[in-house]
Design a protein around this ligand. Sequence first.
Ligand code: PSU
Ligand code: MN
Length: 336
Amino acid sequence: METQESHGLSFLESMNQDKIRHDMLEAGSQERLSPTLNPHLDIAPEVSAALAAGRPVVALESTIISHGMPYPQNVETALRVEAAIRECGAVPATIAILGGRLKAGLSADEIEHLGRSGRAVAKASRRDLALLVARKADGACTVTTTMFIAHLAGIKVFATGGIGGVHRGATESFDISADLEELSRTPVMVICAGPKAILDLGLTLEYLETKGVPVVGYGTDELPAFYTRRSGFAVDYRVDTPEELAAAFRTQLELGLGGMLVTNPIPEMYAMDPAIIDKAIAQALTEASAQGIHGKEVTPFLLARISQLTGGDSLASNIQLVLNNARLAARTAACL
Ligand code: PSU
Ligand code: MN
């Protein structure tokens, strides 16, 4: 005889199977998923109303708030990004784990809480999800977990600053961001300003190719490098309009493929001088290795140090590129 527990488990499993099948079937149609699918998920009322009505929604991550920028610029930026999405006619859904609940859509107070707590909040990757939820803990969502939760909620477009990737020296350290793996498996469009320049961009592109992730340049043939518009590496495809981005992603969904990476260059006027940023990155990397920084601490350490070394210029660029990506995401979501 089956126990109650095994009933519970197989019920959840079958719901997830149903959702996956449903998603694949409905990906191209106007029909929306029920927002109550996963029992651990809370969708903010405004977000769930927009999803139900087929209005555009843009997911936003929260590690950039807690670990990517200092307080109070982190909170100011998060709120400005939400406002920019609204101005473009879409609904923002900032994603985090609060008290063990997967949240799609945060209040201003919840954003303030994450921003003030900073690195005291767990940086939540895929491997952290079950433990944080079971312990009713808080977690700031990286690109990886934001994609995962956005997908559970039925949100298709996600804007951020930069994704994680293959770190320099990864042939020794094995430090490859879980973001790349998530892009290969979870059908969400991620709009960023390129992989962060602290990474090995060439190896990041190789990994994405292996994993079958399309890398699209928005208005460019060249992969942008986060703080700068150029990297010397070509993107797989160039797309010049939100309509074309939406059409490509719709087809990606219809084919049952995973995520799509859109790289949107930082606006020229906010881009950094390559010589200055490269020098700051090189110094920050040397310090990180001298101090034995490793694992999930690497990216927050480098971002903070680079901001110090550039007298805050890299932070100012970072804020502008996120805003730029949020606007493109809102316009693309409107076309989907
Ligand atoms: N983009 C930014 N700032 C950030 C990040 C991205 O502009 O702080 C975060 C994202 O959450 C991304 C994470 O998923 O850094 C990558 O961390 P790691 O390299 O440890 O995978
Ligand atoms: Mn890593």
